[in-house]
Design a protein. Structure first.
Length: 86
């Protein structure tokens, strides 16, 4: 019984890793502006990137990373895009 549970858990872990790698490769293909539009428009209108300073975008992005469940790659790309537009 314990062996079956271990095999099932390993299978679930492997599937999760495969799914994560697929999602990561899709994120790698997208620009920061694409990710910004896709993620922010889910909940509200997007302000122009010039609406806030780099420091303010950093604070906003830290908060929104948690709220929007952004990955590390998404977070970095979006923040880089927003801060480059100032």
């Amino acid at each position: 019984m314990t062996t079956k549970i271990a095999i099932i858990l390993i299978g679930v872990l492997l599937m999760a890793m495969i799914v994560e790698s697929c999602v990561s490769s899709k994120v790698a293909e997208k620009s920061g502006s694409q990710l910004w539009a896709e993620n922010c428009m889910r909940c509200h209108s997007i302000p122009p990137s010039s609406a806030y300073t780099n420091e303010e975008w950093g604070t906003i992005q830290t908060h929104m990373r948690t709220r929007a469940m952004l990955t590390e790659d998404e977070y970095k790309k979006i923040l880089e895009f927003l801060q480059s537009e100032e």
